[in-house]
Design a protein around this ligand. Structure first.
Ligand SMILES: [Zn+2]
Ligand SMILES: [Zn+2]
Length: 237
């Protein structure tokens, strides 16, 4: 695993189809998401080039995003932020809630092949700080609560460079796509609209799954409008 620069000061690493990010900043370098539990030692090694790591932000509580968090927090002695709605589960070493595959071509298959096969337990992590409005790292990161995929899902906006971390609010695999599964799709679609507003004028959007998207404002706005049209007619995408 290796962190590669996707824009100045923002680095991305991937393992098992899951992305992790670093914002390298003199005011406090931050890791965003910690990947699968099996990648924890590779993540620790990849983070060695960031000696001033000051904290970890988890975008939501799913198995593929929080797996390495407890190990990194312990090894580096740094605090972890996440939304309280998912922090309660992680404190108990759990992550799974009732959810349904998104009504898309890819949703049911990927849910069965990927999400349903993840174990129910993750390395537990308590004493998590609440990610609700802002994270005081990297000069300030805005938090946008985007429930639907997961109750405690957040997107992050780093205004200093115009970078939006969409996490699992949408995926970017062969185009913009709905997440594999939803706890509540109506909430999820409202969150995609909120994400589109946050992306107006942004220079880059990065995702939990899939590659970066430059100038994301227009495409994410189109995607949100298309979903709205489809869902109001009650049809699948
Ligand atoms: Zn997820
Ligand atoms: Zn994910």
């Amino acid at each position: 695993m290796r962190f590669r620069e996707v824009c100045p000061q923002v680095f991305m690493a991937s393992r098992g189809g899951v992305n992790m990010y670093v914002i390298a900043h003199s005011d406090g370098t931050v890791l965003i998401d910690a990947g699968l539990p099996g990648g924890a030692s590779a993540l620790i090694a990849a983070l060695a080039r960031f000696p001033d790591l000051a904290g970890v932000v988890l975008t939501h509580g799913h198995y593929d995003h929080v797996g390495g968090a407890a190990v990194v927090a312990r090894a580096r002695g740094v605090p972890v932020w996440m939304h309280p709605d998912d922090a309660a589960l992680l404190a108990e070493g759990r992550w799974r809630r009732a959810g349904r595959a998104s009504p898309t071509l890819h949703g049911p298959l990927l849910k069965r092949l990927v999400a349903d096969r993840y174990p129910d337990e993750v390395p537990a992590l308590a004493d998590v700080l609440p990610a609700q409005k802002a994270i005081p790292l990297a000069g300030g990161i805005e938090v946008i609560h985007c429930p639907g995929h997961s109750a405690g899902q957040v997107a992050l906006v780093w205004r200093e460079a115009g970078v939006v971390f969409a996490a699992d609010v949408v995926m970017h695999i062969l185009g913009l796509r709905e997440p594999i599964l939803y706890e509540d799709r109506a909430e999820g679609l409202a969150s995609i609209r909120r994400l589109a507003e946050a992306a107006e004028g942004a220079s880059l959007m990065v995702f939990g799954h899939g590659g970066p998207l430059r100038d994301p404002g227009p495409p994410i706005a189109r995607f949100a409008r298309r979903l709205e049209g489809v869902s109001s007619h009650g049809r699948d995408v």
